[in-house]
Ligand binder design. Structure first.
Ligand SMILES: [Zn+2]
Length: 433
């Protein structure tokens, strides 16, 4: 583990965003003392998503942020994608608790006060030193952050569902970390990865890749191997969200990633670590956030796929790419590699992109993560052109099949949905069936 009070960063090929890796995790005697004091302070109850954000701030994942934003930074981030000092930061970190009890407590607070943030079972998680109290305008936030106030957008809906009318800004210190359940042993904090990359493995460069809830597929592999031709290390971070129900159990997803890495990736150069983030992040700005998160984990390069953050139909097809045009490379401080959509070309007989394959669209099989999940749910093995053969049996075994979930979906509807997942018209006979 990296002792972040030592200034080792000068020797590394990367620096944390804003120049300093934030460490707000209290330990030892200091923590014991503050735990006692926390019980005497007024307390605000926060949900799991806020708890996760607190932990990300405290462990430096969101450096240079040391807490929740005051109004000036909050507005600057929404309007310009930057903190007031000019540092690139794409999404606001704001704290506007909901609930009558919390509202009553907030009314009694003033700037300069400290307040304990407690989880849903009333354990103290962090202490917030209040620097700012301001009215929280949800429409303003939704319109600036997502470009829409349509509540069908999950990010917009989360604002109205989760946020109150008054926001508190200020630095935090973490008292207790949340248990990551099945991922506890696999988790890595930035202080661990910097040490691993640049002290243990002596990498000269590391590429980060953040991926959603889908099994690792050949499209991901194409991007990773392209990077591994010239970059020493790969940090693969599957997003895990325990509160959200997935069709494939998380533990098996991680085992399945591990199996693919062990079998098809160069030994010692691929590091797997789950990443927990909150739902408040969405849209093209989320892609920029992910690049900065990778930077704070020590990555020199950010690998960004086409539909990086699962953005869907709200934005242009390449919105998660074009947003990077707003920033100069030196402002981001991480080399961003944007990849076109990866498909399987049946004439090239290999995964490819429009950059590398000259053939007509009719020869292409769309590699869709959602499609793969749908196939697994319906008890069908995805073709080997889409997902590696042996390791995929792990997510396959772990998937909750349609038939076993009290589903009344008739078989012909299942087939129809599956066909929609893979749009190609000239798939080799028997490949999908
Ligand atoms: Zn081709």
């Amino acid at each position: 583990m990296l002792n972040i009070t030592e200034n080792k960063f000068a020797n590394y090929p990367q620096q944390p965003h804003g120049g300093k890796l934030v460490d707000k995790v209290l330990t030892g005697q200091e923590r014991d003392d503050e735990l006692v004091r926390a019980k005497q302070l007024p307390s605000i109850m926060v949900d799991l998503e806020a708890v996760i954000t607190l932990e990300m701030i405290a462990t430096g994942v969101l450096s240079p942020n040391e807490g929740f934003m005051n109004e000036d930074d909050y507005k600057s981030v929404l309007e310009k994608g930057r903190l007031t000092d000019g540092t690139v930061w794409p999404v606001p970190l704001s704290f506007a608790p909901t609930g009558n009890r919390n509202s009553e407590i907030i009314k009694s607070l003033s700037v300069g006060d400290e307040v304990t943030l407690s989880n849903e079972i009333n354990e103290p998680v962090a202490i917030l030193k209040i620097e700012d109290i301001f009215a929280y305008d949800k429409d303003y936030r939704a319109a600036h952050l997502f470009g829409t106030t349509d509540r069908n957008h999950p990010g917009v809906d989360a604002i109205y569902r989760r946020m109150g009318n008054v926001a508190l800004g200020g630095k935090i210190r973490l008292l207790n970390r949340v248990d990551w359940g099945p991922f506890e042993k696999l988790r890595l904090e930035p202080k661990d990865t910097w040490h691993e990359f640049y002290e243990v493995k002596k990498f000269r460069s590391t590429a980060g890749f953040i991926t959603g809830a889908n099994p690792l597929h050949r499209g991901h592999e194409y991007i990773h191997k392209n990077a591994l031709e010239e970059i020493d290390g790969l940090l693969l971070q599957p997003l895990v969200e325990m509160a959200k129900r997935e069709y494939t159990r998380h533990e098996f997803r991680m085992l399945s990633y591990r199996a693919v890495l062990d079998t098809y990736y160069p030994k010692g150069r691929s590091i797997l670590a789950p990443l927990r983030v909150t739902y408040i992040f969405a849209g093209p700005r989320e892609t920029v956030l992910h690049a900065l998160i990778m930077k704070n984990y020590g990555c020199t390069h950010a690998l960004i796929g086409r539909d990086h953050a699962g953005i869907g139909d709200y934005y242009d097809k390449y919105a998660s790419h074009s947003i990077f045009d707003q920033f100069k490379p030196e402002e981001l401080g991480i080399e961003v590699r944007l990849f076109h959509e990866v498909f399987y070309c049946t004439r090239c007989d290999t995964p490819a992109t429009a950059q590398s394959c000259p053939h007509d669209e009719k020869y292409r099989i769309n590699i869709s993560g959602t499609g793969i999940r749908e196939m697994l749910r319906h008890g069908i093995m995805p073709p080997k052109e889409i997902v590696r053969r042996n390791p995929q049996e792990l997510p396959f075994k772990a998937s909750n099949r349609k038939g076993s979930m009290n589903s009344r979906t008739p078989f012909h509807q299942s087939v129809k949905r599956l066909k929609a997942c893979f749009r190609s018209t000239s798939i080799k006979q028997g490949l999908v069936a």
